[in-house]
Design a protein. Structure first.
Lengths: 345, 345
DNA sequence: CTGAACAATGCAATCGATTGCATAAAATTT
DNA sequence: AAATTTTATGCAATCGATTGCATTGTTCAG
């Protein structure tokens, strides 16, 4: 019941009439320990239920074998899958993972990052919050000699390893698909443009239209429609236009696309016949709506694994900083019923 | 670029011609430091970009301000929401969260728990993996003087604070609802019976039938049908019986219920007219299927907050161990189309 | 003006593990 | 058998922050 004193290497040493040095060496399987003594030490350690105090060990060695992750929300499908991927790798390498969520608040993000610096983590993996444009806290990470890796929502100015989806290419492909299916007035629901990912998606959209000689219609581009509610609201406006769009690309998320679908249905627009709907992220539910929603898969789990793998590859070999560069994973267009005009059911 | 040496309290002390003691006291806002000196120290610390080394601090103080969480899968809605709830509280208390996933593997669970013990976490919050029946690793946690809290999937024998859903009551209510709607041959898809949560759901099911004088039909109770695929397979069998059920309760998860729905639709059973379907967990998609699925909400986020709140309440006041007891949160039946026979659309 | 009370600071040990260097003992070479 | 190398172990410092006790300086009551 009382906070029992835990066994230390000194306890083991005392019991065996040795010094802590030898015990430590034995436990670390170091050379220069007699085979028999080593066995004896390991056996006694097990008997005494010894567990190494990682704090002390890390303090001495100046490392922490810990990686910090900061994401807007842990319970969002995209992020929890990336984290699951990261965890898989870090676990294999005996690293710990400390998870923080910024809740899309810039202020909390800063606090989380600072807490992780305090913890002396070896690396911080971050996807930044939507708000905020001052990123000195990230520079601070680098100044403290901590590896910084950005993914998905990255800050262009901060020079680090970045793992992103090729949003532009994916969007280009998606819009081209819409055009091929015969849609001509394609609306765009865009996300906060201070985040590159949303900028890139917009660029892809514009490029696709240009490539197919379609005009860019300002009234079909709606700012900041990145929740289900905002998506719904935007759709209400769009479909009430004198010349409504014949397709809507919810570039921000499938949730937004879901809002679109619900409004379209309630306003008696036939999907995909009169209105095509395209989402982003391949949330599990997109398969289940009726009609199912065409969307873009981001290989989230794989992304997490890639991030962690890169970290270990680059730091295990040379002990220099990771070379800053951007690695792009090409997402995949998942074509479903909501855009399949040619084969209406 | 090089692993810069980080500022320590000694650096600050040297610069100000003081000792580390005073610096430490100032930073901890302790009494017995001159107001002016304190201000000066804090100012200099900020200028020198000082960050406390939490490892050293925790080592000295014998605490870690860290809580470890072990769950089967972080990217499962239920768990990621509970974790989000826990995180909210721990963040407020300046605690760190270390997350591990057991991947439903008993072996990995043991490794995770041991890693957390090594880390000297203050508390381990766990929901055990489906496999396994030896729980010495959990006893070990307690033996090391670490608080252990179990939630959802708890091990009865291990005496700790347990936070669970009142599965039996929720199921009783759910089945009663089915009966009220006029269903009479209700099948049960059950989960691994070594987990209490699934046992309780079965008990609730049996009680409800008994209360309404309905017979228990063995062939309508299917073991281990807890994925979408297994749910689908079980449904195929059930609906091919000479006397098929008129309702199926997928007690394991909504995913299982989804499998049921898909098979029922493909076999041309009308839902809810000819077959009622009831799931468990209130996954977001249950709202989106057609028909939408009646299910049971477990207040996941709230559950996470409750767990963390209890931990802090009990340890902050007295420094004894938390009183082992079971706290039950009553889940809520969410009635949707898949069981609303009386008002078929 | 002296002694007591108090404020502010320093000293040194401590938390537990690691590691370079020293030393003793054993094994090997000549 | 003496000289040298190798092996096993101990000693003591270190990582950075904290804290009980000691010391110095200051203030105030009598």
């Amino acid at each position: 019941m009382k906070p029992k004193k835990r066994t230390t290497i000194y306890d083991i040493a005392e019991k065996l009439n040795l010094t802590a040095s030898s015990v430590s060496r034995a436990l670390n399987n170091s050379s220069n320990v007699n085979e028999d003594t080593k066995k004896l030490i390991l056996k006694t350690a097990a008997e005494m239920n010894y567990k190494r105090n990682v704090l002390a060990s890390n303090l001495r060695k100046g490392e922490s074998k810990t990686i910090g992750v900061v994401v807007p929300r842990i319970n969002q499908n995209f992020f929890s899958n990336v984290i699951a991927g990261i965890e898989e790798m870090t676990y294999a390498k005996n690293f710990n993972l400390i998870i923080c969520q910024s809740n899309e608040s810039h202020e909390k993000e800063i606090k989380c990052v600072n807490a992780l610096i305090n913890q002396h983590v070896d690396c911080i993996i971050i996807s930044v919050a939507a708000e905020g444009n001052d990123y000195t806290h990230l520079k601070n990470v680098i100044d403290h000699g901590i590896q910084l890796i950005q993914f998905d929502r990255v800050v262009e100015d901060i020079d680090t390893l970045k793992i992103i989806n090729d949003n532009e290419l994916a969007t280009l492909e998606a819009i081209t698909h819409l055009i091929t299916e015969g849609y001509k007035r394609i609306a765009l629901l865009e996300g906060p443009q201070n985040l590159d990912i949303f900028k890139q998606r917009k660029t892809g959209y514009l490029k696709a239209l240009a490539q197919h000689n379609l005009p860019i219609v300002e009234e079909l581009i709606i700012e900041n429609a990145w929740t289900k509610e905002l998506g719904a609201e935007a759709t209400r406006k769009l479909l009430s236009l004198p010349e409504p769009p014949d397709a809507i690309f919810a570039s921000t998320s499938d949730f937004s696309a879901l809002g679109v679908l619900e409004v379209a249905t309630s306003m008696n627009f036939k999907v995909p016949g009169e209105l095509g709907i395209l989402g982003y992220a391949n949330e599990p539910f997109t398969e289940l709506t009726s009609p199912s929603i065409t969307t873009i898969d981001q290989f989230t789990h794989h992304m997490g694994k890639t991030i962690a793998t890169l970290y270990f590859q680059e730091t295990q070999t040379k002990d220099t900083t990771i070379v800053p560069r951007t690695i792009s994973i090409k997402p995949k267009l998942i074509i479903r019923a909501s855009t399949s005009k040619s084969q209406v059911i």
